[in-house]
Design a protein around this ligand. Structure first.
Ligand SMILES: NC(=O)c1ccc[n+]([C@@H]2O[C@H](COP(=O)([O-])OP(=O)(O)OC[C@H]3O[C@@H](n4cnc5c(N)ncnc54)[C@H](OP(=O)(O)O)[C@@H]3O)[C@@H](O)[C@H]2O)c1
Length: 254
């Protein structure tokens, strides 16, 4: 019940979806949690969902000034902390010819540049023996059409996680990543989809995923929490949470 008592955690992009599920599990286990988000309505809903003891902070994951301010806020509210979940992310589905500088910069700004600098600015506050978990994606490798920019942004994230894992060995801070496949979240990882587009995206996921279903946010959260807390001899690793989709499995023919 109190598996996380005495631990402190920061989750970027924790106001809904997988980040919120991680925050809920941590709070249920007795941890002190600070989550970030950007949209005011989602921030208010997260406050209601997480309760009065959670710290819910508005901070744009792509903005260096905001990341510096976040570091100050974390220090004021938590002091030093133990676990950082770098989860905020976005995707735009568009083939090569439709990519614009704006959509390129938006995806790399949040998924890659923001992820890099939030670690750089917060890592001095992480206690020895702590951990960092990135939320990458099944698309961080392979060739998924219409996801070139998103895939590149997440592939860079995996590179960061491995180099950070090496650089943080002397401080005994482990760094790992989860690689989600199709997970049922408000955005399915692609904000702005219409209800119809989201249903189609989910149906595609259910069809092509070897386990023939999409994942739940709690399943992604459990994988992230395993890496953060239980995987004490694992660093620089990427754990797929994708129903077998990235493992080249085929569904048995009847
Ligand atoms: N769902 C999937 O199937 C899937 C698959 C693979 C990977 N992923 C990755 O998993 C992570 C979580 O995805 P999700 O599906 O749980 O997403 P989600 O439900 O859309 O939640 C994303 C979270 O990130 C926050 N966020 C987005 N842009 C932000 C910004 N610029 N600054 C601060 N916060 C920001 C959102 O807050 P606001 O609403 O306030 O912006 C929200 O709290 C992402 O990195 C995504 O790329 C998702």
């Amino acid at each position: 019940m109190n598996a996380y008592a005495g631990r402190k955690a920061v989750i970027t992009g924790g106001t809904h979806g997988m980040g919120l599920a991680i925050a809920k599990s941590l709070i249920a286990g007795g941890a002190e949690v600070l989550v970030t988000g950007r949209n005011e309505k989602n921030i208010e809903e997260a406050k209601a969902a997480l309760g009065v003891d959670a710290h819910v902070v508005r901070s744009d994951a792509a903005d260096l000034v905001a990341i510096d301010a976040l570091a100050k806020t974390v220090e004021e509210r938590l002091g030093r902390f133990d676990h950082l979940f770098v989860n905020a992310g976005t995707a735009v589905l568009e083939p090569l010819q439709h990519v614009t500088e704006e959509t390129y910069d938006r995806q790399f700004g949040i998924n890659t540049k923001g992820a890099f600098f939030v670690v750089q600015r917060l890592v001095p506050l992480i206690n020895e023996g702590g951990s960092i978990v990135f939320t990458s994606s099944i698309a961080d490798h392979g060739g998924t059409p219409a996801m070139s920019v998103y895939s590149g942004s997440k592939a860079a994230l995996i590179s960061f996680s491995q180099v950070f894992a090496a650089e943080l060995l002397p401080r005994n801070i482990r760094v790992n990543a989860i690689g989600p496949g199709f997970i049922d979240t408000p955005s399915m990882g692609v904000p702005g989809l219409s209800d119809e587009e989201k249903a189609g995206f989910m149906a595609l996921g259910d069809e092509i995923t070897p386990m023939k279903r999409h994942g739940q946010v709690e399943e992604a959260a459990r994988a992230a929490l395993y890496l953060a807390f239980d995987a004490t001899f694992t660093t620089g690793a990427r754990l797929p949470v994708d129903g077998g989709l990235g493992q080249g499995l085929s569904y048995p023919q009847q």
